[in-house]
Write a protein that binds this ligand. Structure first.
Ligand SMILES: CC(C)(COP(=O)(O)OP(=O)(O)OC[C@H]1O[C@@H](n2cnc3c(N)ncnc32)[C@H](O)[C@@H]1OP(=O)(O)O)[C@@H](O)C(=O)NCCC(=O)NCCS
Length: 173
């Protein structure tokens, strides 16, 4: 088990984050999304896991609206951990820390589009009732997962995402 700290990122981390994402997602280009989320004007929860002063993991939680209501939701992603340190609970710890922070700011529900086999480990359930901001391919519906941060009813409506997420290509088109 490795020792690591979790802290908020700052603009000076961008270069280290780019290196991390290129290593963790060699076949997917998420760098421009990460740059927009972490370095842009959209307020996000951006947490890094740091070990020996190096960033070894990262997660973003983006505050979102819900159509037809004043409820606050949060979109989890992207999430990654440097390949050499997989299976040391860094990913799970980043998810937990981000959910705690989102809860403190009044977020009621977290959504994630990702592998249910992984996110179920952190309490996510498949097939959220809340609609994704863009129509998802049929085969991705179960991957659209949700988790309440309180005891209330699941949210309904459509997730309203800020600028960096307003791209159909990020949603399977
Ligand atoms: C997914 C990822 C963030 C997990 O990080 P991590 O720090 O290794 O996660 P944890 O240590 O908390 O959990 C590891 C466990 O999850 C399992 N796991 C990881 N990815 C999984 C997946 N896609 N499906 C099912 N189980 C998965 C591991 O096998 C491991 O199981 P074990 O504890 O029984 O050995 C990391 O593997 C990663 O960065 N992958 C590449 C990028 C990616 O896929 N990001 C998620 C986008 S949806």
């Amino acid at each position: 088990m490795s020792d690591f700290d979790i802290r908020s990122t700052n603009p000076a981390d961008i270069e280290a984050l780019e290196t991390l994402y290129l290593a963790a997602f060699p076949e997917e280009d998420l760098v421009s999304l990460v740059r927009e989320l972490v370095g842009g004007p959209t307020p996000v929860i951006s947490l890094a896991a740091a070990k020996d002063g190096q960033i070894v993991g990262h997660v973003v939680f983006t505050p979102c609206g819900v159509s037809g209501s004043d409820e606050k939701a949060s979109l989890l992603g992207p999430l990654c951990v440097t390949p050499m340190l997989h299976k040391q609970v860094i990913g799970s710890a980043l998810i937990k820390a981000g959910m705690e922070e989102a809860h403190k700011s009044g977020t009621r529900q977290v959504l994630v589009l990702g592998d249910p086999a992984y996110y179920a480990r952190s309490g996510f359930k498949p097939s959220a009732a809340i609609e994704a901001p863009y129509p998802l391919p049929e085969e991705w519906l179960a991957a659209w997962q949700w988790q309440m941060l309180d005891d209330g009813e699941p949210l309904t409506g459509q997730l309203v995402v800020p600028g960096p997420w307003q791209s159909a290509a990020l949603w399977g088109e």
